[in-house]
Design a protein around this ligand. Structure first.
Ligand code: NAD
Length: 246
């Protein structure tokens, strides 16, 4: 029987690339999308997963909503029987300098990026504890490790994810559940499309490999942390940034 991976925010960008990669690795995929405007994108990802030989189902859920995450976890478990991999990938930015940042900008980014990791891990870990196995992969950011001007809210949310990763790794290790984080650098997705050309070119100057990352670069790291070769790795932050922060 195939294992199942639940990937939050997998209707576009990195999450979509992860869905396709894990489908190629032999996982069935639970594709999470936020709401109606993203339904068609999620259906497209479902079709791509099927083209790659695995089964996929789409699940609409705003991951900042605690009770909706409970419901989605129940539905994914009913559909696929197990949840073997959880990738907490959904995220947004609402950038601005601290002196001008609104309470709303702070609250929405921390709810979607950070509280969602609690919401999903809270429920999916229960399923994994009963299975006595599981992999949890949290998508942080180099902004959570090193900070980034204009991203006070975002870097707080991404640093918080690292704290949750470490504690969950300690709590869940005895149940054969690994918990790791990935900290991507500058990756070309719809999220980074909106950055100014000037900022992108300044950041690119600092990337040792001299290029932006692709969604496939991050999906490869997810594949490793979801697979057998990483069975003895937990509580780690894997930086996938082409040498941006060395
Ligand atoms: P993206 O905007 O292409 O994708 C984000 C996904 O999250 C979308 O599918 C969106 O619908 C979903 N989403 C947003 N709010 C949601 C909600 N409330 N509930 C459910 N789904 C929701 O961006 P991306 O670049 O693919 O980002 C994916 C993750 O990678 C994010 O956590 C982001 O912070 C992180 N990241 C991205 C980069 C980068 O350079 N692109 C760098 C570091 C970290």
């Amino acid at each position: 029987m195939k294992k199942t991976a639940l990937i939050t925010g997998s209707s576009s960008g990195l999450g979509k690339a992860m869905a396709i990669r894990l489908a190629k690795d032999g996982f069935n995929i639970a594709v999470n999308f936020r709401g109606e405007p993203e339904r068609q994108d999620a259906l497209d990802v479902q079709a791509l997963v099927r083209e790659n030989g695995s089964e996929a189902e789409i699940f609409g859920c705003d991951v900042s909503d605690f009770s909706a995450c409970k419901e989605m976890t129940k539905n994914v478990k009913e559909r696929f029987s197990t949840i073997d991999v959880l990738v907490n990938n959904a995220g947004i930015t609402k950038d601005g300098l601290l002196a001008r940042m609104s309470e709303e900008q702070f609250d929405i980014v921390t709810a979607v990026n950070y509280k969602s990791v609690f919401n999903m891990t809270r429920y999916v870990s229960g399923v994994m504890i009963k299975q006595r196995s599981g992999r949890i992969i949290n998508i942080s950011s180099v902004a959570g490790v090193y900070g980034n001007p204009g991203q006070f809210n975002y870097s707080a949310s991404k640093a918080g994810i690292i704290g949750m990763t470490l504690t969950a790794a300690k709590e869940l290790g005895a149940r054969n559940i690994t918990v790791n984080a990935i900290a991507p650098g500058l990756i070309e997705t719809p999220m980074t499309d909106s950055l100014s050309e000037e900022l992108k070119s300044r950041m690119l100057d600092a990337v040792s490999l001299g290029r932006f990352g692709s969604p496939q670069d991050v999906a490869g790291a997810v594949s490793f942390l979801a697979g057998e070769d990483s069975a003895y790795i937990t509580g780690q932050v894997l930086v996938v940034d082409g040498g941006l922060i060395i």
